[in-house]
Ligand binder design. Structure first.
Ligand code: S3P
Length: 425
């Protein structure tokens, strides 16, 4: 779907972004793995989490929605094999975490995704899950989907160093480790989001974490998760779009309320503050409130390790486009492997806005235009990438408008995004 975004004359008010996608996937999965009824409040309304939920139902869980509360009932004997393909849609989290879950179930499972997901590498989960005793095969050397996973009811726990910073890989291994023989230890060189470990602990599973240099070592003792009453916090990576919009727009004062505050997720706040942003955090009823007001931004240097999943880089590149000076984005290779090639996509967006942009290896550079008022009006194809849709909308709304082809992809994580922006006008 093509959508026109007009420049917004001024923006003010407060927004509460939807439930965190990461926590939502895990709440549905852990509830399905438990025996009996769990409840989930604040579940992400996006299609990615809906895909996870449908797969859990296909594997034997029951879901019913009572008002805003989702009730998931895990079958007492545990999840079981499904003959039908498991449709993961656009969602890498679904495919990678479900790979861990079905690795423990008897039978051959087929996992499929859309054209974006079908290009993403699954060797990063196939290798460790293979070491545990399951078999994960796909297309070509990078094991791209569709996947065939032959599960094994007697997996072995492993001690594994994750070669890339990836919470999804860590999580796939830990979920498989729940039903393995012996403990599973995952070493990560960069501290990625702790959603899985934190939620496993809440579900009564023994998980210990130790900081090691810049990374972490996580050890899980096998055990079935217990049913739980989940409260999903809001999604910090969605808050980032409203923060950048408020900062680069010439007449804006936007509050984002109840933002989940965890160091692995809110690195973007420090980056923006370093750029001179008038971005103030104050404790709120749950999480923090972020207030973003029109600011004159300066260029900065951003390392991937500051923003471990690199989810906020596309919108930070829009901030860099409105700053004065050259911003450097360092060690951003992982960006190429997201819903689209966000390395090229972030550069392409800044170029469309009128910036001089270049790359060297895994680094890229954006020479800012000092103000969003200098942005060109542009047209972009979002390429099945929700974050490119929202980053483009931020640039167009603060600058001089844009046309976004494929804007409906925003529904993978934030179906109400354009309505929430409209309410600030
Ligand atoms: C996620 C981890 C991140 C992130 C994704 C969600 C998760 O990917 O990009 O949107 O829920 O674990 P990585 O596995 O690259 O960290």
């Amino acid at each position: 779907m093509m959508r026109r975004v007009e420049h917004h004359a001024s923006l003010s008010g407060s927004v509460r972004v939807p439930g965190d996608k990461s926590a939502s996937h895990r709440a549905v999965m852990l509830s399905a793995l438990a025996s009996g009824e769990s409840t989930i409040e604040g579940l992400s309304p996006g299609l990615d989490v809906a895909a996870t939920s449908m797969i859990m139902e296909q594997l034997g869980a029951c879901r019913r929605d009572i008002g805003d509360v989702v009730v998931v009932e895990g079958p007492p004997p545990g999840l079981h094999h499904s003959d039908r393909p498991l449709w993961c849609g656009n969602s890498g989290t679904t495919m990678r975490l479900v790979s861990g879950i079905v690795s423990c179930l008897e039978g051959s499972h087929r996992l499929e995704g859309d054209t974006s997901l079908s290009k993403r590498p699954m060797d990063r989960v196939a290798v460790p899950l293979g070491l545990m005793g399951s078999s994960v095969t796909g297309e070509g050397p990078r094991v791209t989907p569709p996947l065939t996973i032959v599960g094994n009811t007697s997996l072995r726990g492993i001690d594994y160093h994750v070669p890339t910073a990836s919470a999804q890989v860590k999580s796939a291994i830990l979920l498989a480790g729940l039903f393995a023989e012996g403990p599973t230890t995952v070493h990560e060189g960069v501290r990625t989001r702790t959603t899985t470990e934190d939620m496993l602990r809440l579900a009564g599973v023994a998980v210990s974490s130790q900081s090691v240099d810049d990374g972490r070592r996580v050890t899980l003792t096998p055990g079935r998760p217990l049913a739980h009453a989940w409260r999903v916090p809001t999604d910090p990576s969605q808050a980032a779009f409203f923060c950048v919009l408020g900062l680069i727009h010439p007449h804006a004062d936007i509050e984002v309320v109840d933002v989940e505050n965890s160091p692995e997720r809110t690195g973007f706040v420090g980056v923006l503050q370093r750029m001179g942003a008038d971005l103030v955090e104050r404790p709120g009823a749950s999480g923090v409130t972020l207030r973003a007001r029109s600011s004159a931004l300066q260029a900065t240097e951003i390392h991937a390790a500051e923003i471990p999943s690199v989810d906020e880089v596309p919108v930070l590149s829009v901030a860099a486009a409105a700053a004065s000076g050259v911003s450097a984005f360092r060690d951003m290779g992982e960006l190429r492997l997201k819903e689209s090639d966000r390395f090229e996509g972030s550069m392409a967006l800044a170029r469309l806005l009128g910036c001089r942009v270049w790359s060297e290896g895994d680094d890229f550079f954006i020479e800012g235009l000092v103000t969003a008022d200098a942005f060109s009006s542009f047209a972009i194809n979002a390429g099945l990438d929700h974050r490119i849709v929202m980053s483009s909308a931020v640039a167009g709304g603060a600058g001089h408008g844009c046309d976004i082809d494929g804007s409906d992809t925003v529904s993978s994580s934030y179906p109400g995004f354009f309505d929430d922006v409209a309410r600030l006008r």
